[in-house]
Design a protein around this ligand. Structure first.
Ligand SMILES: *[C@@H]1O[C@H](CO)[C@@H](O)[C@H](O)[C@H]1NC(C)=O
Ligand SMILES: *[C@@H]1O[C@H](CO)[C@@H](O)[C@H](O)[C@H]1NC(C)=O
Ligand SMILES: *[C@@H]1O[C@H](CO)[C@@H](O)[C@H](O)[C@H]1NC(C)=O
Ligand SMILES: *[C@@H]1O[C@H](CO)[C@@H](O)[C@H](O)[C@H]1NC(C)=O
Ligand SMILES: *[C@@H]1O[C@H](CO)[C@@H](O)[C@H](O)[C@H]1NC(C)=O
Ligand SMILES: *[C@@H]1O[C@H](CO)[C@@H](O)[C@H](O)[C@H]1NC(C)=O
Ligand SMILES: *[C@@H]1O[C@H](CO)[C@@H](O)[C@H](O)[C@H]1NC(C)=O
Length: 394
């Protein structure tokens, strides 16, 4: 693992081009660091400091307490954050004869990094990036701020929802105005008129917030692992994820995380949150290898992000969004719908939120848990997403 990380750093320094061979086409992937200049109004939050495992448990007790303040009641004020952050990104391009010149911009969720979209075990079966590139899309996959090989700034005032929405805006504008190349990408890519935003979980929440504020910047959207549900969830209790202080949980991997970075203690919490199978031979379930992979790519989140999923972002109507939107959900998603997403949403709410969308589609991937890309039947799900996108003219 350590060797792999060292190799990855070496690769980043060389802005290495990695070729994933694929049938018929030869997609090329470029890993690079992208400098994102951004200004956002973040929240000053009433939160306890988390500097060790005892603090991490107290954090859960404080958030979950019956009479504890909710996220919006914890807002003490706001703070303008203005800085340039360095994010790790990978751009994959399809073969020349198979190029739609449509960019898919992928935003991963909590507890994973960009490897969620590009599972390294048996890419043919599990990698969404690979599936999308094979259909002619260019794919930009990045580690969100505070995750993976991206910069890891303050967990209380910096790494939180409003700033992450602005990061999505700046990256989108760079793709649209053709300046990705000047920002560190080692090849020239022409400006994209069509940018499709694809999110998972918290990445979908950020994408939904982005669509509400910058509807004209998105041509089409696919929100996975998130839908406006009819249950009154904050979804999952904080305690169920058994957060530990990240730097203590794994000093080797997470020693660079400071105060306020927390991570689920073990693979069992990751399983609870991301996986579903009825038994080991369930064809819609997951293999033991893929469960182990969830622990390999496990990532800390910040305490402010944990509040961001609980009402800090305004996820209301997006009347300005005129593209098509698909909600692609895991049928057996525990985090989102208590393990049964059937009928746990209202089409009327979606129509109210996206009155000018050219199409609204909802699809439940049978038998899958929240971490859609980790399940055996993932590829068939990708075909549903990509066929839908193509049918909408992208
Ligand atoms: C693509 O090629 C791989 C070997 O490189 C093979 O295992 C796989 O079955 C092929 N897939 C298709 C759809 O032809
Ligand atoms: C930030 O706080 C100031 C003063 O407390 C307030 O006037 C302003 O409306 C706030 N801005 C946002 C975006 O909440
Ligand atoms: C492209 O967009 C980025 C992000 O908003 C901006 O910083 C840059 O000035 C723009 N460049 C051009 C040439 O429009
Ligand atoms: C395993 O789960 C699958 C999917 O639910 C089911 O069809 C099958 O009957 C189960 N097998 C056993 C041995 O329980
Ligand atoms: C938080 O509590 C306030 C009242 O104290 C309430 O108005 C608000 O709706 C609550 N927010 C959420 C997200 O539950
Ligand atoms: C969206 O649709 C509503 C009617 O549902 C209309 O009043 C409004 O002007 C539209 N907004 C935009 C930005 O097109
Ligand atoms: C696999 O996914 C496809 C696409 O959603 C679906 O049609 C099929 O029924 C799924 N297979 C199983 C075994 O769940």
């Amino acid at each position: 693992m350590k060797a792999a990380i060292v190799n990855l750093f070496a690769a980043l320094c060389a802005a290495r081009a990695i070729t994933h061979t694929s049938n018929g086409t030869t997609p090329k992937c470029y890993e690079f660091m992208i400098d994102v200049p951004v200004t956002a109004v973040n929240y000053v939050l009433d939160l306890q400091r988390v500097n060790n495992n005892i603090d991490a448990v107290n954090f859960a007790l404080d958030i979950d307490g019956r009479t504890s303040p909710n996220a919006t009641e914890r807002i003490l004020g706001n703070v303008t954050v203005s800085a340039t952050y360095s994010l790790k990104a990978t751009l994959c391009t399809p073969g020349a004869g198979n190029d739609k010149h449509v960019l898919q911009l992928l935003t991963h969720g909590l507890i994973v990094d960009s490897r969620y979209w590009d599972v390294e075990i048996d890419r043919e079966q599990y990698s969404y990036v690979r599936a999308a590139v094979a259909e002619g899309y260019t794919v930009l996959n990045y580690d969100r701020l505070g995750h993976g090989l991206s910069q890891k700034p303050d967990a209380y005032t910096v790494v939180q929802g409003p700033l992450e929405v602005e990061i999505l805006r700046v990256i989108t504008e760079m793709a649209r105005n053709g300046t990705l190349s000047s920002s560190g990408l080692p090849i020239h890519v022409a400006a994209f008129d069509d940018v499709v935003h694809v999110g998972h979980s918290y990445g979908s929440i950020l994408t939904a917030a982005f669509l509400a504020v910058y509807p004209d910047l998105s041509s089409a959207a696919i929100l996975t692992g998130y839908i406006f549900t009819s249950n009154s969830a904050p979804g999952i209790s904080t305690a169920a994820l058994a957060f530990e202080y990240a730097a203590t949980n794994n000093p080797t991997l997470f020693g660079d995380r400071g105060s306020g970075y927390i991570v689920p203690a073990s693979i069992s919490q990751v399983q609870l949150g991301f996986y579903h199978r009825d038994n080991a031979s369930d064809p819609a379930g997951f293999t033991d290898d893929l469960l182990a992979y969830g622990e390999v790519i496990k990532q800390p989140l910040t305490v402010a992000e944990w509040l961001s999923i609980r009402g800090l972002l305004k996820l209301g109507p997006s009347p300005g969004f005129k593209g098509p939107i698909q909600f692609f959900e895991a049928e057996r998603d525990f985090l989102l719908c208590g393990s049964n997403c059937a009928d746990d949403y209202e089409l009327a709410t979606l129509e109210e939120f996206y009155p000018n969308a050219s199409a609204i589609d909802v699809y439940l991937q049978p038998g899958a848990g929240h971490g859609l890309t980790f399940h055996k039947n993932a590829t068939a799900g990708y075909a549903v997403m990509l066929t839908w996108l193509d049918s909408q003219g992208f």
